[in-house]
Design a protein. Structure first.
Length: 112
């Protein structure tokens, strides 16, 4: 059975018990307005379009990976810098503690 003929032979309304439902018009241009281009929906696609689309998707994936890697490299550099600063702060704190606990014959006064 041809699909076009089967669509045109369908009823406009369905009645179930006391309920009547109007069906959606099954025409390529319902109410005289073409909703989608019949050329675009019915034409056979060029196989090279699929290859080009796959290449574009792959290129997009590559850009996303490169962008993520670059951001991770920046974060890693920031972590290294913060670790270096933390080491310096700990070394300064150790030096200050050693100086504070050093034995001396001078009377220690707060604030000096």
């Amino acid at each position: 059975m041809d699909l076009k003929n089967s669509l045109t032979n369908q009823p406009d309304k369905i009645t179930t018990g006391n309920l009547t439902v109007k069906l959606v018009e099954s025409s390529p241009a319902p109410s005289g307005v073409e909703l989608v281009s019949s050329y675009q929906t019915n034409r056979a696609g060029d196989p090279m379009d699929l290859v080009a689309l796959a290449q574009q998707v792959q290129k997009g994936d590559d850009y996303i990976k490169a962008n993520a890697c670059n951001k991770l490299v920046v974060i890693a550099d920031q972590i290294r810098y913060l670790q270096e600063q933390a080491r310096k702060v700990l070394a300064d704190a150790k030096r200050d503690a050693d100086l504070h606990h050093a034995a001396c014959n001078i009377v220690k006064k707060p604030g000096n």
